[in-house]
Ligand binder design. Structure first.
Ligand code: HEC
Length: 166
């Protein structure tokens, strides 16, 4: 009886040890699998394009909903409505100051495509109100003091738009 018990206890211990070993092996295989998946993830995730799309979307929001650049830079039809088929493609200024202003600009240039401007030009225009020629931008264009991130987003959005036919 005693020896039977010893064999039984021994066998139980062995079976238990085998179970623990197999669980440990299984876990380490699973861990390796998870590691392999994590390592693969960056290659398949299109991080750069979606970040760019987010910046462009932010620029679109700032241009169309906050600063409303289209009010001056999009030409108008005969009824005075913005012509969306020529979005931000440049327009004659349609508003006049109540009091005489000697340096009132008569034309808002094309900004769709942002052709002819470097990113540095854009930072100076939107962050300091200074044109590429070093001259303070004339009214009715606003002197914006945007933060750098907003200027970057606006430039990215403008570059994503079709420029007027040359
Ligand atoms: C109230 C009208 C108005 C609004 C709103 C306006 N602009 Fe202008 N913008 C002008 C006029 C007019 C000029 C020409 C100024 C000049 O000749 O000095 C101009 C000039 C510019 C220039 C060229 C600057 C240079 O010196 O070459 C850029 C770029 C520009 N605007 C971008 C924008 C953007 C982007 C927005 C919106 C964030 C905007 N503008 C909003 C009227 C406007």
């Amino acid at each position: 009886m005693q020896s039977f018990m010893r064999v039984f206890v021994c066998a139980t211990v062995l079976v238990g040890a085998a179970a623990v070993a197999s669980t440990a092996m299984h876990q380490s295989t699973a861990a390796q699998g998870a590691k392999a998946q994590t390592a693969k993830a960056p290659a398949s995730a299109p991080a750069a394009p979606s970040d760019h799309a987010k910046v462009v979307a932010r620029g679109k929001y700032l241009v169309t909903e906050v600063a409303k650049c289209q009010e001056c830079h999009t030409p108008r039809d005969a009824n005075g409505n913005e012509d969306d088929s020529r979005w931000l493609q440049g327009a004659p200024v349609w508003i006049m100051p109540v009091h005489h202003t000697s340096n009132w600009a008569m034309n808002a240039p094309a900004i769709a495509g942002f052709l002819g401007f470097t990113d540095q030009d854009g930072y100076k225009i939107f962050e300091q109100g200074i044109g590429p020629n070093g001259i303070t931008i004339r009214p009715p264009m606003h002197i914006y003091h945007m933060n750098h991130e907003d200027a970057v987003a606006i430039i990215a959005y403008l570059r994503s738009l079709p420029a007027p036919p040359q």
